[in-house]
Design a protein. Structure first.
Length: 196
């Protein structure tokens, strides 16, 4: 999918400009496909700049046993979380772009190739097999089933256009950085002193 926007111009920024903006940002939204590296990137930026780390999976979406929280409660929690002064939020969920994107100072789209995302979920599963990773809700041990694999495999076709439409509609003058490779992620982290 070509990520160039249509009628409403998205304010894309390069890595150097985004690094400068990160130094002064209070609220950062990190979006993209599962396995692409959103959580790792978000946690490194959170540590570097002393931001509260919010995981949509852990803090909003999932209850123990992979039970999805009721939608109304999800929206209530998101409103509460974005009202905080300083945070970095990891999670795509385009249905809440209308309140999350405008509240953000910078949006980072971790837009990795499909096979890299598949590798990401497989390696994450191997590392955490039987356990729950820190950015996931308690009682949700790492798993890969057919539905999740299909979600990642078709993400670009199904959800990529929704992300783009949501950014076109809600980003306004918010800067948007698109990272398309692990090297670009490393370059960004190195520029802000959050590498390794």
């Amino acid at each position: 999918m070509d990520i160039k926007s249509g009628s409403n111009a998205i304010q894309y920024v390069g890595i150097r400009e985004a690094a400068d903006k990160l130094r002064h940002a209070d609220r950062i939204l990190v979006i993209g496909c599962s396995g692409g590296g959103k959580s790792t990137l978000s946690q490194k930026i959170a540590r570097r700049f002393g931001l509260g780390y919010i995981s949509i999976d852990r803090d909003v979406l999932w209850l123990p046993g992979w039970v999805q929280r009721e939608k109304g409660e999800q929206f209530r929690l998101i409103r509460e979380l974005i009202a905080q002064d300083r945070w970095i939020m990891d999670g795509t969920n385009t249905s809440t772009f209308d309140i999350r994107v405008p509240r953000s100072d910078l949006v980072i789209w971790v837009h990795m190739p499909r096979l890299l995302c598949v590798w990401g979920i497989l390696s994450r599963w191997a590392r955490n097999r039987g356990g729950t990773r820190p950015e996931m809700a308690p009682g949700c041990p790492e798993k890969i089933d057919f539905d999740f694999f299909r979600f990642v495999w078709t993400w670009e076709r199904v959800y990529g256009p929704r992300v783009l439409a949501g950014l076109e509609k809600y980003a306004g003058d918010k800067p948007v950085l698109v990272l398309k490779s692990r090297r670009q992620v490393r370059d960004l982290l190195d520029l802000v002193g959050a590498g390794a």
